[in-house]
Design a protein around this ligand. Sequence first.
Ligand SMILES: [Zn+2]
Length: 280
Amino acid sequence: MTYRIFTLALSLFVTTSCSHNLPDFTSRLSARLPTDSKPEAIGEYAMGCLQGAQTFTGKEKGLVLSQMKRGRYWGHPDLINLLTRVGIEFNNSNKKIIIGDLSQSRGGPTITGHNSHQTGLDVDVWFKILTKIDGPSFRVLETEEMKQFDELGDDQIKLIKFMAHDSTVERIFINPSFKKKLCIYSGSLKLTAEEQHKMRAWWGHDDHIHVRLKCPSDSPLCASQKPVPAGDGCGDDLNWWFTDEAKAGTADASWPELKSAYLDKIKNLPAQCSFYYDTF
Ligand SMILES: [Zn+2]
């Protein structure tokens, strides 16, 4: 992006932010293309952007993209690669997994839906798994909503184990009740200590897991998170999630709150994310 466009975008931002309107470029977030440069995750998972984003070819197997309209189906190649591999695994047993949001074409904050998912290293994968071969092996749905899920079965635990076992995966967020189930589960798909360590309780996530990759080696500006606390996460730290204090953290933000939080976030992106403000 040229300096002139950057200045224009910033001035739009400055002049509109006082009245809490959204800057112009936000109206086209879902339609923009990625930058034409080498893939790189930049900044923090919840304060960063994605350069040279990649997406699916449409020839992958065992995958359904559920939210095409939102335009959040871009990722770092490590993430596309992981999802391609898990799709092959499930396709081999005539099943398909359903994928929710990855990142926008240039990563960065979204007004609704997520704090993270900004650097192309986060993805939501539904617990609901399709069991029939209906239609092509790679499918796209425009606006499918996730459904609440009541019970982890073998398919879900297999999905979790596949993801947690993968060396590119840093941590996985899951509803505290399901985490508890994983802690006491003793079937043939029982997680190893290392896999269990990556599974972390978090608010929401009763209909999907949120898989987060490590900073890739090609992304020197990617900021790693504080490591996952030691241990399997099945003891006192899990019990905390069932206290009133933990439950108080689930309150939904209002639209004005979301908007002002978004305006704050885009002001604080790393300097290397200037392409995020591009208006076309
Ligand atoms: Zn997520």
